[in-house]
Design a protein around this ligand. Structure first.
Ligand code: GLU
Length: 269
């Protein structure tokens, strides 16, 4: 082999190595912490939010706008980092896709009605609690089902894949049949179509559905604690700190209470 062939071969090997090790991959920058630097370099945050959950993150199909409590927190974070609340790109996540999308680097953080659990803490890091919900039941007005005790054999309970709601209801109502949907709007559509008698998830999410259709009501009280946290890549302590600082600032300035009251219709406890 002459010198030129050797050099060409070497170049090819080096290129292959670079590709294989992922150098040059845009997603790499946030992997070992450093999400904040990646965000600053990019000029915007990429937030994983719900598109299916009224009051927290709901996309209006007519206008394309996504609105809710979680969305306003994402905007407040953009304001804190860039001084401009519009420097945030919203990406849709579902309960099932949110952790994989964060781990892949498709999103910088999850602000999506996500309960802090020990199991999830193995995969992601959480901010301080920013909302306290509890699992409950939604039924059609006049339904004979009034609580967990009525979820007997033959009763179909609708919920969503990847949620704590699906896991909890199997423990709390082991005799009922649980049907899981991709997202909360699909589950609510199924309830309205009579595919099941009950829909179960967090009370705050059910409240949003009740607002969409007042023929449906919450029953049975709360039977779990669902403290919501904002999730970031595991080990990214600097970014968690930024998020926690934001939550503290929002609480002390009164902005948190204002947002809470705007979306929930009541003052936070
Ligand atoms: N907070 C519950 C959970 O994380 C239910 C809501 C949701 O599916 O996002 O799983």
């Amino acid at each position: 082999m002459n010198r030129k062939t050797w050099l060409t071969a070497l170049m090819i090997i080096m290129t292959v190595c670079l590709v294989l090790t992922g150098c040059g991959s845009k997603k790499e920058s946030g992997a070992k912490g450093g999400t904040l630097e990646a965000i600053k370099a990019r000029g915007k945050i990429i937030a994983g939010v719900k598109y299916d959950t009224k009051l927290f993150g709901l996309k209006d199909p007519a206008t394309g706008k996504v609105e809710g409590f979680d969305i306003d927190i994402a905007k407040a974070l953009a304001k804190k980092i860039f001084g401009d609340e519009n420097k945030v790109e919203l990406k849709e996540v579902t309960s099932k896709t949110r952790i994989p999308l964060l781990q892949n680097g498709d999103i910088d953080l999850i602000i999506a009605t996500m309960t802090i659990t020990e199991e999830r803490k193995q995969q992601v890091d959480f901010s301080d609690i920013y909302f306290k919900a509890g699992q409950s039941l939604l039924v059609k007005k006049g339904s004979p089902i009034q609580g967990l005790q009525d979820l007997k054999k033959g009763i179909k309970v609708l919920t969503v894949k990847g949620s704590t709601s699906a896991k909890n209801i199997r423990e709390k109502a082991p005799d009922a049949t649980v049907l899981e949907f991709e997202n909360y709007q699909d589950a609510f559509t199924a309830l309205k179509a009579g595919q099941g008698e009950v829909l179960t998830t967090d009370n705050a999410i059910l409240l949003g559905m009740q607002k969409q259709d007042s023929n449906y009501v919450l029953v049975g009280g709360n039977f779990t604690d669902e403290p919501y946290g904002i999730a970031v890549k595991k080990g990214d302590t600097e970014f968690v700190q930024t998020v926690n600082d934001l939550l503290k600032e929002m609480k002390s300035s009164g902005e948190y209470d204002k947002l809470y009251e705007h979306w929930m219709g009541v003052k936070p406890e």
